[in-house]
Every structure is written in C-alpha cells, then in structure tokens.
Design a protein around this ligand. Structure first.
Ligand code: SF4
Length: 371
C-alpha cells in the first residue's frame, strides 16, 4: 500500500514538475504548494523575469496585449466594507453615488469603447449581490453589448447559481470576482463576506459556463507569503481563471488604507511574473494602479507576462484616442492591441445598435438600484 502510494506520488511529481539543471519547468495543471510559490518569489529578479518570459512566449504572442474597457454601471453606496474601496458606504471618500445606468447609455459607451480599440467591455456595479429586480436589466445589457460584437464581462458582487445561469444565457463571456488576498490575511481587509463566499461565487460562475476573471491586490499591507498564497488559491482552482487581474492598491483618501506603505515596483513586477508562471495560459491583467506607474514599470510588467490592460472610462471621453498615452506607449514598445473576432460586420453592428435603442425607448430603464 505504502509502496503504491509512493509510486503514485512519484508519478504525479514527475508529471507535474520536471526539474532540469535547477530550472523549474511546470505543466499547466500543476497543483501548487505555498512553498513552491514562495520559491518563485525568492528567486533573483532577472531569473524570475527570464522564466516568466519563457512561459509567456510558449503560450502568447509577446507583442499582443488584450484591451478591455471598464464602465461603472452603478457607483457607490456598497454595503460591503472592503477597506481599500471608495465605493463602500462605510467610508467618507466624497464619491458621488450613482444609480444603475440606463441600458442605452451602457450601449453607447460600449460602442465608443469598441471604436477606441477595446475588444472586451466590462460592466461593474457596486453591490453585495444583484437583486432579482436588477436581473432583466443586466441581461439586456449583456445581450446588447454582445450584439456589438464585443466580449462582455460583469462584476456585480456575489452570484447565486440561478443568477449565474441567467447571465450565461444572456451571453455573458466573463465574470470578475477577485479573491483579493490570501485566506489568512483576508479578514484584515473584508469582514462582510467570507473567503468561502467568494470561492462559491467563482464556482457558480464556472458551473454556468462563464469564463472566470479573478485576481487580487498588492499593497494591502500583506506579506510576500500572502501574495504567494493568493496565487496558489487562484492557480489551484479546479480550472485557473482565464483572466487574472493584478491590482496595485490605489490609496484613496477616506478609506482605512489611505496611508498604507507604497509598494516597491519591483515587488509588483515579481507578483506579475509569478502569476504568469503559475497560470501560464491565463491573461494576466495589469489593472488598478496602472496610472501611478511610470512607463518603465508598465513595460517591465508586460515583459514579466502581463498581457491585458484596462482602459478606464476616461478613454471614452478622450477626443483623439490616437493621442492617448496608453496607445503611445504601445506604439513605442511595438505592442499591438489584440483583436477579437467579432460576430457581426460594422453594418450589422450599426443595425443591431439602432434596433436595440429603438426597442428600448418605451421601456422604463432607470430606477434606483442603490436602495
Ligand atoms: S464589494 Fe466591491 S464595490 Fe463593494 S466595497 Fe467591496 S470592492 Fe467596493
């Protein structure tokens, strides 16, 4: 029995982890231990970067970066207590709360985002979870943004299995729900929903056939061990997330973390590199905090394996996207925004948009979802 177990363990170790001349080569479905993840963090910086680049090039074109646009469809007044978040109703951050956006306005924004080069449109609502009365509006948003030929993503808080299924049926491609940090450090940051709640939502989303977008935040006051533990959680999910946003804390005045220590940019780049190695096929997204990074840090993040970014809503109001500083950086680095195959041609998209707007003019689409 013991011999059989030993053989099995040896086989699993051999299958999942090949060690060659000190270089660790991993298969996509290795189950990661905390020790292994920490060992990656402990490597000399350039060694880590080199490995991350190798893994990245095995699975992706290093010149391609996927671009998503994020639109807040319902801002502020969130009952949760995430200590980093200006949208929590518990902190005085001066953020103006807004009601759920009209469907037409969402489509209009999505259209602009597409024209500006985004291939995925993410809609975020500051909720604990959507209510039943919100669902028809959300389904409509997904259907209509999708009819523009864009990928759709939503982040709405916790989802139960039936809500996940309804959104999947409407055509939702991705659902974002971050784990934020390690299970051990989590209680220091959020007390109103548990780590298990988050894992349950990820499971419901996955079971409904929606792709998972889940990552975390660097700079919450966590140790390197917590960053490693977060990535272990994500990489060891039954299926790793297709998208892994790695955020740098944006210190917002009025939130409990406003005076947190600055994150060393090299530590941030390390986190990107380790995420790339541990989740070789996932898109690693450079997310919140990018505005505070200089171009050199961003370039090193791309080098470490980041291959997805968020354009904020501000791009939607930029008169000349060609002059946008992100696109300028892309040009200087020879990066191409990744194209997605759209379901419709331009003419059809225009027709879909017109139909969508006409069909909705008589409906009441504006109500207070913040209550
Ligand atoms: S659940 Fe989301 S919107 Fe609400 S406080 Fe937490 S991070 Fe902010």
């Amino acid at each position: 029995m013991i011999a059989a177990l030993f053989k099995l363990t040896t086989f699993i170790s051999y299958y999942f982890l090949l060690v060659r001349t000190g270089e660790v080569i991993v298969s996509e479905r290795q189950q990661w231990s905390l020790k292994q993840a920490q060992a990656l963090f402990d490597q000399p910086f350039f060694e880590l970067l080199f490995q991350a680049q190798q893994v990245h090039r095995e699975h992706f074109d290093p010149q391609q970066v996927q671009v998503s646009t994020l639109l807040s469809i319902k801002t502020g007044a969130c009952p949760e207590d995430c200590k980093y978040c200006p949208q929590s109703s518990r902190y005085k951050t001066g953020l103006e709360k807004e009601r759920l956006m009209e469907v037409e306005k969402v489509i209009e924004s999505a259209h602009k985002a597409k024209k500006a080069g985004s291939t995925r449109f993410c809609m975020g609502a500051a909720w604990k979870n959507p209510h039943e009365r919100d669902m028809p509006y959300l389904e409509k948003m997904v259907k209509e943004v999708k009819s523009l030929g864009m990928e759709t993503c939503m982040t709405l808080g916790m989802l139960n299995p039936s809500q996940a299924e309804r959104l999947a049926e409407a055509g939702l491609d991705y659902y974002n729900h971050n784990l934020d940090t390690s299970p051990e450090f989590y209680g220091n940051i959020i007390t109103t929903r548990s780590y298990q709640d988050r894992l349950d939502t990820l499971e419901n989303v996955r079971d409904a056939g929606i792709k998972v977008c889940s990552g975390g935040i660097v700079g919450l006051g966590e140790e390197i061990r917590d960053r490693a533990a977060l990535l272990v959680q994500l990489a060891n999910l039954p299926m790793p997330p297709e998208s892994v946003p790695i955020n740098m804390l944006v210190k917002v005045k009025g939130t409990p973390l406003e005076n947190n220590e600055e994150v060393d940019p090299f530590d941030f780049i390390r986190t990107i590199a380790v995420a790339r190695i541990m989740m070789p096929k996932s898109y690693v997204r450079l997310s919140a905090g990018r505005e505070q990074m200089n171009e050199q840090t961003q370039a090193m993040c791309f080098m470490a394996g980041a291959n997805s970014i968020f354009y904020g809503c501000k791009l939607l109001t930029t008169p000349n996207p060609g002059e946008d500083k992100d696109l300028q950086l892309f040009r200087r680095l020879g990066i191409n925004p990744q194209q997605t195959k759209t379901a419709f041609g331009d003419k059809q998209q225009q027709q879909h948009l017109t139909e969508a707007i006409i069909n909705n003019t008589d409906n009441e689409q504006f109500y207070n979802a913040a209550i």
